[in-house]
Ligand binder design. Structure first.
Ligand SMILES: [Mg+2]
Length: 249
């Protein structure tokens, strides 16, 4: 028997609903629209809102009623948006100060030089200020998925960089996201924060929620969600996620 969510089903994005940074495919948008007819749905990911618009909202093509059940948690829930009458409503932001961002940029640049990580071919900015989060993408923010896939398949390269950064950046959460990314926010902004905020926003309990992610394993960027004790569905591919959604519809 699949775990049936009572009120909210929460998804990771990259590797769970879509291939890293790619738009949702047609089959997935169809399944999500059907879910939104029955449940609240939340998506939490390291990307900022424009990335959510490109990957999710653009292709989704949902009705006003469906959108009103849809919660978006870009930058790992440092920003949270609900919908009202089909329109986005910004309800939460945990902003970094400009001094904090300056400090993060400085230490990231030091790490890039120290570890010899300046790429020969760079696709867009390496470090991006996302307001609530600073994101480092080893090959640039616009690197194609096939190039990214081979850069750090085990995550070991980023583990080293993160270990180096930690003593310089107390009070910040530093973690791997997507294929080549390191995301930095205020401490406490992780997928557990997203789960707790969802409970507050919707006035529901932990047992009303199911979380679906492809990185719930130790060190994975969905692991924090699991620490809340929420019911979790571990998927390995986007197809696994589709099968899970079909099983509850
Ligand atoms: Mg993922």
């Amino acid at each position: 028997m699949p775990i049936i969510p009572k009120k909210l089903i929460m998804f990771d994005l990259d590797g769970t609903l879509a291939i890293s940074k790619q738009a949702l495919d047609e089959e997935m948008t169809d399944l999500l629209r059907k879910l939104l007819d029955h449940y609240k749905v939340a998506i939490i990911s390291g990307g900022a809102l424009p990335q959510f618009q490109k990957q999710i909202l653009g292709p989704l093509n949902a009705t006003k009623e469906q959108l009103d059940n849809f919660i978006l948690m870009p930058t790992t829930s440092a920003n949270i948006y609900t919908h009202e009458q089909g329109e986005l409503k910004h309800i939460f932001a945990e902003l970094l100060t400009s001094d904090e961002k300056k400090k993060i940029f400085q230490h990231l640049n030091e790490a890039i030089d120290l570890f010899g990580l300046r790429p020969e071919t760079q696709y867009g900015e390496l470090i991006e200020d996302r307001g609530t989060q600073v994101s480092y993408s080893a090959l640039g923010q616009k690197a194609p998925p096939e190039v990214k896939a081979v850069w750090d398949p085990t995550g070991a390269r980023r583990v080293e960089v993160i270990a180096y950064l930690k003593p310089f950046l107390p009070g910040f959460s530093i973690r791997s996201g997507g294929g080549t990314t390191i995301d930095i926010t205020h401490e406490g902004i992780d997928k557990a924060h997203g789960v707790h905020q969802a409970m507050k926003i919707l006035n529901i309990t932990l047992s009303d929620i199911v979380f679906v992610g492809d990185a719930l394993y130790p060190g994975g960027n969905d692991e924090a969600a699991k620490t809340t004790g929420v019911d979790c569905i571990e998927v390995k591919t986007v197809d696994d996620t589709k099968n899970y959604i079909r099983s509850i519809l």
